[in-house]
Design a protein. Structure first.
Lengths: 393, 202
């Protein structure tokens, strides 16, 4: 009810699902243009050389503008000028894609002004969502359509689909971005897909109802969690065989490697803990527990996990506790709880790690956390039941 | 023909009315899980409210604002604007007013939510009774139709009554499904306003 009538103060209303491309994107007069022009004034002569990512980002923005407003030459030229100056500006303009499980859409968020710039109609029950490593496409698992759809990041529209098994929920890709592993909730398998050919390579039989999915930084080990066996299954990616099963607490939902590969963190939704596994010995070596005064234990349901690149701080989404726990990785202790939104589920860092964005399923919004300050700075209204989130590399 | 249709409907309907997902709440008719009360900690991470208790009721201005913000007919956007305005004009009382306002919203919306949930369970019990009645009358109608000599007037009257009862049953069933969404929208409102109040306090 309130999802349709409530927006962030600065946000233009998101376009309705099914509206034509470009419609509703610039309800205000070209925000990019305004933004960039205001930035020109503040640019000094000492600007740093552009980063590779920024150039790509800017050229994508230019292409979007060119496609969306082909007739307004003046605006186009202005935008081009503005976009080119953006290249040199120390901007944090990233693009986040959020899957909305109930409204069957993907919301596109511009992290420069924290607004929804587009709502893309996708298949039924979109959940797992991730950019391809080259940043050109966004893959989204649409479980009720038994496939993974591919969104072109330039045109922001669905262009293809990948052959998963039935009811895909989450997936993981290898470091090179060539192989995709998909957890199919309904047939106890993990499907292996060649991303270049967009073809199915084979299946791996795992425990009942595979859920969480992650791959080791070296690409040799795939971890798959299963909510019925309560195990993290370690799969050798070359032989595609399970090499170890590690018992964790009830209903494991998500797995995350430390960047130095020394630990795997597995969240247990019903157990209410995060198990820390030594991936060489395949043993649980520690646990993170959570306690929030006044909240029943069963309201604390850990799901998504995010870890900073220096492996010092972890963030754990606690579902209906409506909070993100900030965890000191070394001591495995919670240092702070941040109230975000209702039923917080998954999260993604901006590439510069300045911000962490969380999806809040019941309040239908995305919270923006300032990572250094460990503070929630913004809330963005998206579609119904936001589930997953990915940010352009 | 009409009778067989009715009989089939009655059986199907009684099935839907009797289904309860959570054994703790046999009358709960919704697919959404029943959470009897919203706990304070789920929506509030601000300063403790122990010193506030019921004091919000003593302040007429806050009482009126709580009533306005709690009403579902007040769009959330407008409610949020009112919260901001109220706190912006509170001066040195901002922190205490914020606590009072939230305490009022928490009490009022929790009570509103309980009322809706009790209503849903009451309707669910009535529906079960109605389904039993429909099933019973369907059997009576079948007996009447098989009897010789057949009393056409009675058959007609009873089958008409059954059609009406079935229609009412179905309508209520639809309304229940719609009302099942209401506790969640109340949760959402309380959370959104609580979060805003906390942000404004910082």
């Amino acid at each position: 009810m309130n999802a349709s009538c409530r927006h962030d103060v600065a946000a233009p209303p998101p376009p309705l699902a099914g509206e034509g491309r470009g419609e509703g994107v610039f309800t205000k007069k070209t925000p990019q243009e305004e933004r960039a022009l205001s930035r020109i004034a503040s640019l000094d002569a000492m600007r740093p050389p552009p980063q590779a990512g920024e150039v790509k980002q800017a050229s994508q923005q230019f292409q979007r503008i060119a496609e969306q407003r082909p007739l307004r030459k003046l605006t186009l030229r202005l935008s081009l000028f503005a976009t080119l100056t953006l290249v040199a500006a120390p901007a944090h303009a990233f693009i986040a894609y959020v899957s909305n499980e109930k409204s069957n859409t993907v919301s596109v968020i511009d992290t420069d002004n924290w607004t929804v710039t587009k709502t893309i109609k996708v298949g039924q029950r979109p959940r797992g969502i991730e950019f391809t490593r080259d940043g050109k496409f966004v893959m989204v698992a649409v479980g009720d359509d038994d496939t993974i759809q591919v969104i072109d990041a330039k045109t922001q529209s669905v262009v293809d689909s990948l052959p998963s098994g039935p009811d895909p929920e989450l997936f993981a890709q290898d470091a090179a971005g060539k192989i995709l592993y998909v957890a199919n909730e309904n047939d106890n398998t993990v499907t292996v897909i060649d991303l270049e050919k967009r073809a199915r390579l084979g299946d791996i039989q795992v425990g009942v109802e595979p859920e969480g999915m992650t791959i080791s930084p070296d690409g040799k080990t795939l971890i798959n969690t299963s909510e019925t066996t309560n195990m993290a299954h370690f799969i050798d990616t070359s032989s595609r065989q399970i090499v170890a099963n590690v018992l964790v607490d009830a209903r494991p939902r998500f797995a995350e490697f430390k960047h130095d590969s020394s630990e795997v963190w597995v969240s247990s939704e019903i157990g209410g803990t995060v198990s820390i596994i030594d991936p060489r010995k395949h043993e649980v070596i520690g646990k993170v527990t959570f306690e929030i005064p006044g909240l029943r234990k069963e309201a604390i349901q850990p799901v998504g996990i995010g870890m900073t690149k220096d492996d010092r701080t972890a963030f754990v989404a606690l579902g209906p506790a409506n909070r993100i726990a900030v965890v000191d990785v070394a001591s495995r202790k919670v240092t702070k709880y941040l109230l975000v939104g209702q039923r917080v589920w998954h999260m993604a860092f901006t590439p510069d790690e300045k911000y962490l964005l969380t999806t809040n399923g019941v309040s239908n919004d995305v919270s923006v956390i300032d990572v250094a300050a460990q503070k929630v700075i913004k809330t963005i209204q998206v579609g119904e039941l936001p589930w997953g989130i990915t940010i352009a590399p | 023909m009409k009778v067989w249709l009715l009989a089939a409907m009655a059986i199907a309907l009684s099935g839907t009315a009797a289904r309860a997902a959570d054994p703790r709440y046999p009358d709960w008719p919704c697919t959404q899980a029943k959470v009897p009360e919203i706990s304070l900690a789920a929506v509030w991470a601000g300063p403790p409210l122990d010193d506030v208790q019921n004091k919000w009721k003593d302040d007429a201005r806050i009482g009126a604002l709580v009533a306005k913000l709690s009403a579902r007919k007040t769009p959330l956007e407008e409610a949020e604007k009112s919260v901001k305005e109220f706190l912006a004009t509170s001066g040195s009382d901002k922190a205490s007013n914020a606590k009072l306002l939230f305490a009022g919203l928490f009490d009022t919306l929790n009570a509103q939510r309980s009322q809706v949930m009790n209503g849903l369970e009451r309707v669910s019990r009535k529906q079960r009774e109605a389904a039993d009645k429909i099933r019973e009358e369907t059997l009576q109608l079948q007996a009447l139709q098989g009897a010789t000599p057949r009393d056409e007037a009675k058959v007609e009257a009873l089958s008409n009554e059954l059609i009406w009862k079935t229609r009412i049953f179905e309508d209520r069933h639809k309304v229940v499904r719609f009302v099942c969404e209401v506790p969640t929208t109340i949760d959402q409102r309380l959370f959104a306003l609580g979060r805003l109040i906390q942000q404004e306090m910082e």
